[in-house]
Design a protein around this ligand. Structure first.
Ligand SMILES: [Zn+2]
Length: 127
């Protein structure tokens, strides 16, 4: 008897991803809802600014959709959803978005300096 037949057919990649996302939300106990300003229009503007690329690994949104079947994420750099503004948000692929859930202090500083170098946010903020 072939035991392999008892194992369900390969799960859809999309199901695996939504399971990972649910799991990561549970692990971080991040239940607070996103504010209304964190909408599709805002996310699109952040992605446009970042050239539709993950700021950590450089994966394009086009490749992301091909591989994972979903759009890239917009990440809150200080992990505070209520702080939805361009200075605090950046584009990340699903893999990097999961990675930055640990070592939060490191990644917060990493993306803050990356953004300020790339977009001269210090100059913008000083005005
Ligand atoms: Zn990435």
């Amino acid at each position: 008897m072939k035991m392999l037949n008892l194992i369900p057919k390969v799960t859809q990649k999309r199901d695996v991803i939504s399971w990972i996302l649910r799991l990561s939300k549970q692990l971080t106990r991040d239940e607070s809802p996103y504010p209304p300003e964190f909408n599709d229009e805002f996310k699109l503007a952040v992605k446009k600014r970042d050239g539709f690329k993950c700021l950590k690994c450089g994966m394009t949104e086009e490749d992301h959709i091909k591989i994972y079947g979903i759009r890239e994420a917009v990440h809150h750099i200080d992990y505070k959803k209520e702080n939805t503004c361009f200075e605090n948000c950046c584009t990340l692929c699903i893999k990097c978005n999961l990675e930055v859930n640990s070592n939060r202090y490191y990644w917060k500083n990493f993306f803050q300096s990356l953004l300020s170098e790339r977009y001269n946010l210090n100059e913008v903020l000083a005005k």
